[in-house]
Design a protein around this ligand. Structure first.
Ligand code: NAD
Length: 413
């Protein structure tokens, strides 16, 4: 492994003059685990899948990061995403560090029983390295609240009942209200804070902002719904099957409930809308584009087709470094992933706080706290960027400075 952080972090180290004595501690994860997970499948045969947990930095608090089940996940992916979590938790000022987990398995090929076994073997394998004050997993691609319930159960069987070992668990087991909508909701709060700063008239004051969303899962749907409720015009949405475009605005709540029945957007009939492909929302004429599906969807090969003046990153790293540079030269504002999709980890923190204090806030309280934290972080990023500066660089500078400052405070003896 080359001792190098992400390009964005290396650039921040250089801008801030962070010396190697600190940077080197952030260039490699503090700990990496690759584990073997043997399971007996429903066909009675033993198979072995590989799991990973990368703990990048706990200098500001326990390691925190999701666990994904995905056929092609590897140690490099998990390492990159663990580092990203260190910057995300620091930027929104949570007392957590950064981690990520992965299991190289396609969850669609597993029965519910096999999926539960994978979760249990994973916790057994990484158990010694995690704990409610050490490392706290959460759901990510291919995992959900049910997976978290199985992790909680497997951990609690050894250590005694411990709901704080995971976040994103079912509300009945100590999960937080508001967790499901948190990432999409937070993205719209960050967006409105940026629009307000740019002196755009928000829909609540009679303005008209159009939005196109790629990816219509948890993040995309809740962002589109929140934008719709606040009066923004959602003109395009897509999922892996295709999507819909209507410049006069889609009826998002109707789309969401129709999708629940049909399973995919391409199977719907949407009167007045034009059927489009899964990547088309990235390139339609809209004020705001929100890539909320996969990483690296806007790159050097297609960046010239992006016409929106504002991009709000919903997925992690949906715009490559190369494409970001081109877009920012063109004056496009990019609200970076570590800010725009931090709503999920913020409410994970609230879940952990509620668990630690044996209390439960109602959804309005959770979302009010989320709004306050994400709009404060957005204003800090805008201030740091100054007039016309890059929000991505400003966000990284704030995050890196906080992590390095914590190292300085904690000492090195
Ligand atoms: P999800 O699985 O609920 O939804 C993903 C959506 O993307 C689905 O609608 C899927 O059909 C669509 N999609 C997949 N491939 C596509 C393609 N090629 N073109 C268009 N659409 C495609 O996942 P999610 O929880 O909404 O997460 C989306 C992204 O946001 C992921 O990259 C995830 O890591 C990131 N993220 C999620 C959260 C969270 O709280 N859920 C937090 C931070 C970051």
């Amino acid at each position: 492994m080359s001792a190098r952080a992400s390009d964005a972090a290396e650039a921040a180290f250089a801008r801030l003059g962070v010396g190697d004595e600190f940077a080197d501690r952030l260039r490699t994860p503090q700990r990496e685990l690759t584990v073997q997970l043997p399971i007996v499948g429903d066909d009675g045969r033993m198979r072995v899948v590989t799991g990973f947990r990368v703990q990048h930095s706990d200098v500001r608090g326990p390691f925190k990061g999701g666990l994904r089940f995905h056929a092609t996940v590897d140690l490099d992916d998990v390492r990159r995403l663990a580092e990203l979590m260190t910057w995300k938790t620091a930027l929104v000022d949570l007392p957590f560090g950064g981690a990520k987990g992965g299991v190289a398995v396609d969850p669609r090929t597993l029965s519910p029983r096999e999926r539960e076994l994978v979760a249990r073997r994973y916790i057994e394998a990484i158990g010694p390295a995690i704990g409610p004050r050490t490392d706290i997993p959460a759901p990510d691609m291919g995992t959900d609240a049910t997976t978290m319930a199985h992790l909680l159960d497997a951990y609690s069987r050894v250590h005694g009942y411990e709901p704080r070992i995971v976040t994103g668990k079912p509300v009945e087991l100590g999960g937080s209200l508001g967790r499901t909508v948190a990432t999409g909701h937070g993205a719209v709060v960050a967006l409105e804070t940026v629009l307000d700063h740019q002196s755009r008239t928000l829909p609540a004051q009679g303005g008209d902002v159009t939005l196109a969303v790629q990816g219509f899962g948890n993040v995309g749907q809740h962002a589109a719904l929140e934008a719709h409720v606040r009066g923004h015009r959602v003109v395009a949405v897509s999922d892996v099957s295709g999507g819909w475009h209507d410049p006069s605005g889609l009826d998002v709540p109707v789309l969401v409930s129709a999708l629940e029945r049909a399973g995919e957007l391409a199977a719907l009939e949407v009167p007045g809308a034009r059927a489009i492909g899964s990547t088309d929302p990235l390139f339609v004429d809209a004020d705001v584009v929100k890539p909320a599906a996969l990483g690296r969807v806007i790159d050097g090969s297609n960046v010239d087709r992006v016409v929106a003046p504002l991009i709000v990153e919903g997925a992690n790293e949906p715009v490559t470094e190369e494409a970001c540079a081109v877009l920012e030269r063109r004056g496009v504002t990019i609200v970076p992933d570590i800010l725009a999709n931090a709503g999920g980890v913020i409410v994970s923190f609230y879940e952990w706080v509620q668990g630690a204090n044996m209390l439960a806030w109602d959804e309005a309280e959770v979302l009010a706290r989320l709004d306050a934290r994400i709009s404060a972080a957005t204003r800090q990023v805008l201030r740091q960027a100054g007039e016309g500066g890059s929000l991505r660089e400003a966000a990284m500078d704030l995050a890196v400075r906080r992590v390095v400052h914590a190292m300085q405070l904690r000492g090195t003896a």
